[in-house]
Write a protein that binds this ligand. Sequence first.
Ligand SMILES: *Cc1c(COP(=O)(O)O)cnc(C)c1O
Length: 446
Amino acid sequence: MKKLYQKPSILKLHVGFMREKKSAARTLIRSEIDGIPVKTLVEKFGSPLFVFSEKRLRERFRYLKRLFESHYPRVEFSWSYKTNYLDAICRIFHQEGATAEVVSDFEYEKARRLGIPGEKIVFNGPYKPLEILERAVSEGARINADSLDEVLDLENLARKMGRRLKIGLRVNMDTGIYPRWDRFGFNLENGEVMQVARRIAAGGLLEVVGLHCHQGTFILEPGAYGQAAEKLVRLAGELENRFGWQIEYLDLGGGFPSRNRLKGIYLPPEVAVPSLAEYIEAIGRAMLSGLPPGNYPLLIMETGRALVDEAGFLLTTVRATKRLPDGRRAYILDAGVNLLFTAFWYHLKVEMEREIPGPPEPCVLYGPLCMNIDVVEESALLPPLPRNTHLILSPVGAYNVTQWMQFITYRPRVILITEDGRAEVIREAENLEDIVRKERVPEHLR
Ligand SMILES: *Cc1c(COP(=O)(O)O)cnc(C)c1O
């Protein structure tokens, strides 16, 4: 997040300001999504309602893939399940050629259930329960080890199976990003990776064939990826020379930002968020300049947020209007932080379904929960909204339909607008039966 503190040039600021003015005037209204009126969607499927655009998902994926392919010859995209693991969304990315990136037993099982074979699964995560680790190893998944204890688990499995296992190592390093995510894998700078590698080589049961580095999420510094790639390439060379291993893949994790507005950043995303091309150029340059020509390991990218965030919208409705004691206008929406985990971190874009007359004033958007922290936006500039006005919040495609909470209210429907313009339910709304199904009442309380 170094970018935060860099002073943007006056020109950049000016361009950003002009763009924002223009876009504020132009995009405050969103009457339809992919050709279907917002009003029709709410009438048919209810409010609140999550809406995903298949067109945007596919376009984004293809764009990213093309960009990478013009900078490095061998790239694989591995879809980060925790960013959005709705079946329909995963299937779209798998159809486009993405493998699966999972971080738990649940996610591994979900990928297998969708028909993804073990060899097409990258298994990360700091805790891989033994049972699922054994299954993943026997099904040929790419396992990236996070700790020495996990290396020991893998050695035990190798003994049990009577063969040498190929594994990857998660590596954390200094790439100039603060705060540094140093809890995943083994540290590069203090020699921990080399120490573990020596330990693995001495054991003779495992062979390191991959290196993985996930620096964080919403990283605004393309150069950090260049540094990560450069350091992994150098490390791969050292491991190959010292231990005779062949490094088959380098995995740069996820973390590319979406066009969302992180709280504390005052520039609009069009200015504050670098283009994906800048990240990919930095990675391509570092890879190609560090590797011997012709010997290119597979580059794996676990991009989540940047692929899915802008394809997701949340339609919500004003259910009540009030004046706060300090004079500010406030609205109660039918969607709150129970559905919008990311509203804690980002100022989501708020759009109206139709033009509404009246002078805009700063107002607070509350959700329906009985909690003071249930604030969707603390300061939105909106005209006086009549009750039952529909608002469109975006981008919300990343992390919300996985981190949403069943708390106080039911979770709503999720729909997908297909490429040919149909609206399909991809997750039904919850009802009482869904929620109480797992409860048990002891005999004496019946
Ligand atoms: C969460 C995660 C990702 C995806 O990150 P995004 O910021 O959504 O791109 C990729 N790899 C790993 C290991 C992760 O934990």
